[in-house]
Ligand binder design. Structure first.
Ligand SMILES: [Zn+2]
Length: 42
């Protein structure tokens, strides 16, 4: 993600990584260490 011409990796460094958007907080474990990421469903 780019904000004002500067690359912004986001608070957790995953800006633009839509595969790791949480779609179900109580969902299955993802390889990134979170749970319920879009990536585990799609
Ligand atoms: Zn993930």
């Amino acid at each position: 993600m780019v904000v004002d011409g500067v690359v912004d990796a986001g608070q957790h460094g995953w800006a633009g990584e839509i595969g790791h958007l949480t779609v179900e907080p109580s969902g299955p474990q993802c390889g990134c260490g979170s749970t319920g990421c879009l990536e585990v469903y799609a």
